[in-house]
Each structure stands twice: as structure tokens, then as C-alpha cells.
Ligand binder design. Sequence first.
Ligand code: PA5
Length: 417
Amino acid sequence: LIKILNDMEARAADEADWLGWLKLHEDVQSSNKIQRFADQAIASQKFDNLVLLGIGGSALGPQALVQALLSPLWNELSVQQRGGGLKFYCIDNVDPDWTEGILSQLNLKRTLFCVITKSGGTAETISAFLWARKALMEQLGAQWKDNMVAITDPQKGALRAFVQEEGIASFPVKPSVGGRFSVFSPVGMLPLALAGIKVDKFRQGLKAAYEELMDLNNLTSNKACQLAVSLYHADQKLGKRINPLMPYSSHLAKISDWYVQLVAESLGKNPQVGPTPIKAVGATDQHSQLQLFSEGPKDKLIFFLKVAKFKNAFPIPSDPVAGFTDLAGETLERLIHAEGDGTARALAKNEVPSLTLELSEINEFNLAQLLYLFQCMTAIAGQLYGVNPFNQPGVELSKKYTYALLGKKGFEHIEVK
Ligand code: PA5
């Protein structure tokens, strides 16, 4: 493990490698630039809506953080209630009806589109970008560019060339930061800042996490190493390859989606080995997947996320007339804790192993620590498994086949079997 951590630290300095995410907290300049852009956009009062156009690592991180930090009815709140922050929408698929359903309802003149694609050429994202551009041009003429901001590679790719030529506002994603490791780059930070979140709080959390997890003197209490070794050991020695992530919080439900992509795309490289991550959410999935986790095949290692302190305890009213006395005097906070703790113990009784990670509360600092922890875990596990956690050849092949099936120029030689 010492060798792995040393190696990661050394590789983080190499801009041609893929560990640029390890020290994003050092990039204060980029963080300030993002904050300034967002503050100006909010202060201008020109926009009500932010529509993120992206997919995979270029959408899941911001969506997860938005859900974690903003009200579930954020888009229904008044501008005052939102503190000026923009409403948030995301188009991360090419479902024509879904896309039309969102875009036909928005006042595009008051909508800022944020197109995010590291490569600058992903079909799903570029098709949405082309649609948005056309619609904006129809309504705003030459001013359409004021309603678009791009996040992409600093030099490479079709989108970078286009934004440079057209003079569209843009932010770079360092070449050494891959999609699913990019949540704390402009990919995640700009949308959050436009929703009114101060991004420096994430940076502080990242810095603390880096100092803790890359400290070689405290290896035995290093959570990234513990999680990576647990995943590897459970899979290789105990045959427990299925790895549900089950946060007990609706606000953290999309963290599971983000986690599934991180682990699946990073570690799914060898037919013989590797964990299969699964999305779950407590307590909801106690009434769905838990039966399988508990008494189904003994092939699971479950990670729970517990929020120690919610913002609201939410007392449960006692209603003696109706006779619902069992829950009288309780709070939803105590109930969700009891459900999570009870489930972990019930699983243990059935010999299903689990680990619980506790967040003192949901805030920017803690979320940065949590997501960074999972990124480090994944990078370390990649070394244990002997796979490259930073590429995605299976995904690239599907991208090529898509263009080949559409008969696009340059892809004629690809035979889709
Ligand atoms: O993690 C990854 O690298 C991928 O999931 C990408 O984020 C995804 O394929 C989108 O790629 P891009 O940002 O180039 O549009």
C-alpha cells in the first residue's frame, strides 16, 4: 500500500498521466475564477435556469452534489428563496421526448446552457449542444453566445476549437483529470457555483481529505486503503463481488449513481475479477432489494452511508385517537438511524458483511471528503486488481460503433458485428 500511495503521489505531478484529480485543491486560481463567473452570472439577473448538457462523468458528479445540497423542490422555489442561485436541469440522455419535455417549458432567453464534454465530441452531448445552440440563435440571434458556457479539454477536441473560434465562455478540464474523477474540477464546481454554492468549501474538504489519505504515517487508519482492501479481499478471498452502496438519505441517493459509474467504469476491466457496484438507498430499498441482500446469494459486501445529524429532526406527531402510539415521541431522524443500524445488524446476523461510513452532516466539506475518499479507494483498488482504473476501452468501442451504425465519415472501416 505504501508503494501504491507513493506511486499515486509521484504520478499526480505528471501532466501526461491521469492522477491530476489528486491535488485539485491546490488550484485556487481555477476555483476563484469559477466563483467569479458564477457570482457575475447570478448578479446580472439575466438567468433563471441552468441546463447542464453532459453524460457519464460529465454529468453524474454535479447532479449528485446538487441533489445532496439543494432543496428537493429547488426548481419550485422563488429566486429569493434560492438566494439568486439558478434552477438546475440536466439533459444526460438522447431521449427525444424527455429533451423536448424539458426544453419546451423553459424560457430559453433566461436559460444558461452549460455544455460539458472532456473529449469535446461525445454524440449524446454534442447533439444536445447543437439543439440548444440552434434554439438560442432563433431567439437571441448573435447574442446566443451569452447563454452558453462550455467545459472541455483546454486544447483538444471539436468543442474546444469551436468555442475558441466563436468566443464562447469556457473552462478547461485538465488533461490529467478523467471524466469520472472530474467532479471537483469545473465539471462539478461551475454548475454548483451557478446554483449559489460557494465552491471554496469543497476545496477545503478536498485539502483535508488529501492530507489525511495520502499520509503514509497513518496507513492502518487510512479509510481509502481500508475500503480498497475490503473490496479486493471480499471479491478475491470471500467470493463477495457485488457491492451495493446504500446511503440512508434521499439527498445522497445520486451519490450512489456517481459511485456506480466510478467503480464500474474504473474497475470493470477483467472478466475474472472486479466488484459489481449497485445503487441502493435506505430506507426505501429496505422494501425492495434488502430481501435479496439478506437471504439471496452470499456474494455481497455492502457499504452504508449514515448521516449523523440531519438539518431537521422532524418529530413524528402522536395521534392517540388513531391509535398510532408506537412511533409517538420519535423523530424521523431517530427512525432513519434505527432503520440503518438495524439493517446492518440484521445483515450481520445473516452473515452478510457491511461497512458503515458516517458523515457528521451533509455539507460541502464532508461531501468533498466522501467523494474524494471513493476516488482514492478506486485508484488503490485498481492497483490491487492490476487494472488501469483511468481508461474505458469498452465505452470507447460503443461510441465508435454508434458512429459506424449512423454511417458517419471516418467510421466506415469499422465493422459492427
Ligand atoms: O468517466 C469517463 O471518462 C466517461 O464516463 C466520460 O465522462 C463520458 O463518456 C463522457 O465523456 P466526455 O466528457 O468526453 O463527453
